[in-house]
Design a protein around this ligand. Structure first.
Ligand code: PLP
Length: 384
């Protein structure tokens, strides 16, 4: 038998998955591990999807997605960011931002092209760059600069082989957001070097103070940027697998080709649900964000009180405290905390080497569970 793909076999499976397989077998675990809302999708959204099924909406849609949904996405981008995208050929409905990311990378990468990836970052970015034939170039950031990359670091990482940069603010796992002026400098570097910018803005509505900085809306960024966003986080719709990409028509055309031949279209019932979310779901989303904000303050002050230094993140639903004071590695800390006190967190090194010395605690979980987790963590720390 010949060997499996060397490119794929060289990439390790996600450490998070391995960890959660263990968690799912254990009883009485308080999980601050999973990166998904604990809320159920708002009823109006579920109902819209059920109603569409009752009316017989069970077929393929256009490869681009339902025109009505693309029009609603275009309206949102115009209303919130003043961005004009033609719903006919500049918006593609995808199966999660995950698919959008894969399409965007495959549409821009030739073998050996470098993609700059600020870290710590979402676990799938580097593997997806590799699967697309590219070379990820990680850019480390740390707690001292609130886990934001900088224009200077980006400028220093650009080589003749650089094809693009992947930006994701608010950030998973750190919750960092980027000030507009620094983001503008990064955009300027990308534009000056003719780079593509892939901007994953899945946490845009989960920005707690100030306004979300939409990369495509910055000076000069529109032509270069592939904007990815979706419904999983803001509308508690992780299981629906529905999102969108917006970009120049020639970029969307190449992404659409891959999507057309591999996926055909996103499921119609999820597209109907997404349409309802965009048209009538912002109130529900705002209520969830208000609760995340309260939990954010609770968990961050709790972590600092028990001795795990943590900055107040401005976005997403993750706290990323330092565990350096314990002398344990992030994997040791997470494993021992799980087995000794039954609290699940994610080791920081799952998000890149510079995540070492930290753990990711998701606060997309009920207040009483956060309180119990903090009590158990305190007990754990006292034992060390
Ligand atoms: C930054 C980021 N991008 C993308 C995703 C995946 O999103 P989707 O459910 O739309 O595929 C996640 C999920 O945790 C994420 O944190």
């Amino acid at each position: 038998m010949k060997s499996l793909s060397s490119i794929v076999t060289a990439v390790p499976a996600s450490g998070i998955r391995k960890f959660f397989d263990v968690v799912s077998q254990m009883k009485d675990v308080v999980s601050l591990g999973v990166g998904e809302p604990d809320f159920v999708t708002p009823w109006r959204v579920r109902e819209a999807s059920i109603y569409s099924l009752e009316r017989g909406y069970t077929h393929y849609t256009s490869n681009y997605g339902l025109l009505e949904l693309r029009q609603a996405v275009a309206r949102k981008l115009m209303e919130t960011e003043g961005l004009e995208y033609n719903p006919e050929d500049q918006i593609l409905i995808t199966v999660g931002v995950s698919e959008g990311m894969d399409l965007a990378l495959r549409a821009i990468i030739d073998p050996g092209d470098e993609i700059i990836v600020p870290e710590p970052c979402y676990v799938s970015y580097k593997p997806c760059v590799i699967f697309a034939g590219g070379v990820p170039v990680p850019l480390c950031s740390d707690a001292a600069n609130e886990f934001r990359t900088s224009a200077d670091k980006v400028a220093a990482a650009v080589t003749p082989k650089t094809k693009g940069i992947l930006l994701s603010y608010p950030c998973n796992p750190t919750g960092a957001t980027m000030p507009t002026d620094e983001m503008q400098k990064i955009v300027d570097i990308a534009v000056d070097n003719g780079l593509y910018i892939i901007s994953d803005e899945i946490y845009d509505r989960l920005t707690y103070s100030g306004r979300h900085c939409c990369v495509a809306a910055l000076r000069g960024a529109y032509e270069n940027t592939i904007l990815l966003n979706g419904f999983s986080k803001a509308y508690a719709m992780t299981g629906w697998r529905i999102a969108y990409a917006a970009a120049r028509p020639d970029i969307i055309e190449q992404m659409m080709k891959i999507h057309q031949y591999t996926i055909l279209c996103a499921p119609i019932m999820s597209q109907m649900a997404a349409l309802e979310a965009l048209q009538n779901g912002n109130g529900d989303s705002d209520e969830m964000v208000t609760q995340y904000d309260q939990r954010r303050r609770l968990i961050v002050s709790g972590l600092n009180q028990i001795g795990l230094e943590c900055v107040l993140p401005n976005g997403a639903f993750y706290a990323f405290p330092s565990i350096k004071s314990t002398g344990l590695s992030s994997e040791e800390f997470s494993e021992r905390l799980l087995f000794e006190e039954k609290v699940a967190v994610v080791p920081g090194n799952a998000f890149g080497d510079c995540g070492e010395g930290h753990i990711r605690c998701s606060y997309a979980t009920a207040t009483d569970k956060i309180e119990t987790a903090l009590e158990r963590m305190e007990k754990f720390l006292k034992k060390l």
